[in-house]
Ligand binder design. Structure first.
Ligand SMILES: [Zn+2]
Length: 278
């Protein structure tokens, strides 16, 4: 789990939007032109609130009357395709192999951080489009705010705390020759505000359950890789797993679930036994 890099400006986010708008035709284009001043003002507000961390107080949309036209800007449009490509290009190589929200599956969609249904004017705002897997996207849906507090990390703006907030306990069952993992999150010294946001993010997306379940396959896969590594003359399974953990941490953070799991496996006293069970 690691912060993403916003697309760099210039062009300004409003210029990117207006290029998308200019590709539209007929009545939709005319309606969007008619609301140009209001849309510009809302873009300015989003960007100020993004910087000040006050997105949770964004006033309701003033543009509900042209919701369909605004939302259609996210549809098929060569400038929107270029924006999606720019979002991908802004990230370090490999960062988008996994969905930023869960770190577990492929990000095949874009989440509208402020929901497009409620805030249609941001349907094509570059800062509001976050790569996401379809599971996270549909789970989050319009449910982004609760009691005035954001419920999900905004991966362009929220720094991921560099403290051990994710932990794992690995359990092995000798009779069944099976290895499993149980994840948990903890405050680990982060501020109350950071913890409230991170805890809500993990709880709403059911990430503990997801990691526990995905761990079964990952454990088996890496144990087999470790065995191949040793059979090919590699020094030890522990070294192999520690290296794999570090490579994961470099791309997805020290407390991404794969790095946490691989690191814990690498120092586990039963590691060699697990490989013998394969
Ligand atoms: Zn996801």
């Amino acid at each position: 789990m690691k912060q993403l890099t916003p697309v760099t400006t210039p062009p300004a986010y409003i210029d990117i939007f207006e290029e998308i708008r200019d590709n539209k035709k007929g009545a939709a284009k005319a309606a969007l032109f008619g609301a140009q001043a209001a849309i510009r003002s809302r873009f300015t507000d989003y960007e100020a609130r993004f910087t000040a961390d006050t997105l949770q107080g964004m006033p309701p949309s003033t543009l509900a009357g042209i919701k369909t036209e605004l939302r259609s800007c996210y549809g098929r449009n060569k400038s929107m395709e270029a924006l999606k490509q720019a979002i991908k290009d802004a990230q370090p190589k490999g960062r988008l192999q996994w969905c930023p929200y869960c770190g577990a599956t492929t990000p095949g969609s874009y989440d509208h951080y402020l929901p497009a249904e409620e805030f249609p004017e941001f349907a094509a705002h570059a800062l509001n489009l976050v790569p996401s897997c379809t599971r996270c996207n549909s789970t989050k849906d319009d449910d982004w705010l609760h009691a005035g507090a954001r419920q999900y990390l905004h991966f362009y703006r929220d720094a991921i705390p560099v403290v051990p907030f994710l932990t794992v306990v690995i359990t092995s069952n000798a009779a069944a020759q099976a290895v499993g993992a149980t994840f948990a999150v903890q405050q680990a010294g982060m501020s109350a505000a950071s913890w409230a946001l991170l805890e809500a993010h993990f709880r709403k997306l059911k990430l503990m359950e997801l990691y526990d379940s995905y761990s079964n396959d990952l454990i088996n896969t890496v144990l087999r890789s470790a065995r191949s590594h040793i059979n090919a003359g590699g020094p030890s399974a522990a070294d192999f797993l520690a290296n794999e953990a570090q490579e994961n941490a470099d791309l997805y953070g020290d407390y991404g679930w794969r790095a946490v799991l691989l690191r814990e496996m690498s120092v586990h006293p039963h590691l060699d036994q697990w490989i013998a069970w394969l």
